[in-house]
Design a protein around this ligand. Structure first.
Ligand SMILES: [Zn+2]
Length: 280
């Protein structure tokens, strides 16, 4: 069973579609889904989804969430907008801070504002001990510089939708971070990323969809209009191919890594069950 450690079910999904989307995930063999925060408005909707579906289990995947403000939103929000995170982190089903980071590729928001917002969220992670979900694009050096200014936990979180090459893997995993591979891993031209997936340490690899974005290659050819958690299987299959693993081995490794990257998941029964399934 496979895990989608990063999706946004509040973007391009209507509330009445979500039960179907979550059931599709279980039918495809997806055991756990992490709903990632995007901004305060979308966080509220994410919390509503968690309230509606609980922690999953049964005919649903295990569910949990994160809270954060995406760098694309840095012109709309500033450091003071994360003040309410503290109260929300008391929820048992909120297990990380993010996504947060720097995006100097799209440059949708002013870079100084992106850095201010990123610093505020990294500082909160350092203070609270929560892992970070990091978005970093065309901003590798600056991302690392900022992270190195803080006293982060031993396992400080994940570089989601890992998009750098094999050389940067050593730096990121050396700092204790996990690297998460998304649907772009399946793109034939993404050769640098393929090398990175071959090289990443076995105990640092995660899988995700970044739904509704990054539709994997075969799903794209089927003219699927948006990515959803069920599509993480195609990425896990591609990862298996690169590593020479069976899909079962990949999913066991990724399940254990997910629980280690986000230790609070072990307090949530359907996620703890995943851990027991792998240990058995
Ligand atoms: Zn995302």
């Amino acid at each position: 069973m496979v895990v989608d450690t990063h999706c946004h079910l509040t973007l391009r999904f209507e509330p009445d579609e979500l039960a179907g989307v979550l059931h599709n995930a279980v039918d495809a063999g997806v055991e756990g889904v992490l709903l990632v925060g995007y901004c305060p408005v979308h966080y509220r909707r994410t919390a509503d989804i968690l309230d509606q579906f609980g922690s999953g289990g049964g005919s649903l995947p295990a569910l949990a969430g994160t809270i954060g403000i995406h760098p694309h939103e840095a012109d709309n929000y500033g450091p003071s907008d994360i003040e309410f995170f503290g109260g929300e982190l008391e929820r048992q089903d909120i297990v990380a801070i993010g996504e947060t980071g720097l995006d100097f590729f799209r440059d949708y928001a002013d870079r100084t504002r992106q850095e201010d917002l990123f610093n505020a969220q990294v500082a909160l992670a350092a203070e609270s001990g929560y892992p970070l979900v990091i978005h970093s694009r065309n901003a590798f050096d600056r991302t690392i510089e900022i992270l190195e200014n803080y006293d982060l936990p031993d396992k400080p979180g994940v570089f989601h939708c890992y998009g750098y090459g094999p050389d940067e893997i050593d730096k990121v995993t050396g700092m204790g971070f996990y690297v998460s591979f998304a649907g772009n891993l399946t793109y034939p031209k993404a050769t640098e990323l393929h090398s990175a997936a071959r090289k990443a340490p076995e105990d640092r690899i995660l899988t995700e969809t970044d739904s509704p974005f990054l539709i994997p290659n075969k799903a794209k050819n089927r003219k699927v209009r948006r990515c959803e958690p069920a599509n993480v299987i195609e990425t896990a299959e591609k990862l298996s191919e690169f590593r020479g693993w069976t899909l079962e081995k990949t999913s066991n490794i990724v399940s254990v890594n997910t629980l280690n990257c986000f230790p609070l998941l072990r307090n949530i029964e359907p996620w703890a069950e995943i851990g027991r399934g792998v240990d058995a």
